[in-house]
Design a protein around this ligand. Sequence first.
Ligand code: SPV
Ligand code: MG
Length: 294
Amino acid sequence: AAAPTTRFAALRREITSSSLSFLMEAHDGISAKLVQEAGFRGVWASGLTTSAALGLRDSNEASWTQVLDVLEYMADATTLPILVDGDTGHGNFNNVRRFVRKLCERGIAGVCIEDKLFPKTNSFIGEAQPLADVDEFCGRIKAGKDSQTDDDFVLVARVEALISGQGMEEALRRAEAYHRAGADAILIHSKKSDAAEIFEFTERWANRAPVVIVPTMYYATPTDLFRQAGISTIIWANHLLRSSIAAMRETAARIHEDQSLVRVEGSVATVKDIFRIVGNAELEEAERRYLPAR
Ligand code: SPV
Ligand code: MG
């Protein structure tokens, strides 16, 4: 097939193609660049890590326009399609409409919204978080789909029924309703340490719509099993922020202890590397073109 011409089409292809796709978490411009440098074909703009990188909790403490600003830096930093974690959609159907329009304007290729209530809480905190009413959430999905200004914009509906302890029947019932409401894919989330309930879901769901998963807690499951289960897309949801936290903590402690840079110099990225990542070569070339010769 021909290469997709827009980021919207590129994300749609990742989500709908029969082969397993991967989205790697990023939370700012430089992490988005590193996702692309590693060879990934799409970015997951995580709510957890975008919030944490701002020093905030994953509880809608950053306003939706502040999230949009971060997304703009990310979209400018990479040519990859971005699927943004839209949390609950920041309110009701009306907030979803405006959010989706603004995402399309900024070239964000898709959004994932979850069937919870604003302000949300991260799925790995507490038990039995209240879920949205199914019909009300379907209204958010329909409103989002009706508001996209690019036909290929992707809306992923995230089912939190397993997370909140409401069981497989409820998860399937919700997935079916969200699919009928027009969601392009279903994200089935689980916080179990094994993938048994994910595989039960995929078997019973039988690929009526593409399935997206986030194996943060069941990370030990071999990726080939997800492939065999017909899963569309895996989101590696938070590992660039987590790796940078580990690295920053170690570097800060070492410099604090040593009052010297000697022992860190060999293990941190070079200043030259920073220049390369943010594209200083392009600026030098542009200076030759646009600045008067001296
Ligand atoms: C995120 O990355 O913000 C997610 C995934 O929504 S999770 O943290 O598992 O809820
Ligand atoms: Mg999130």
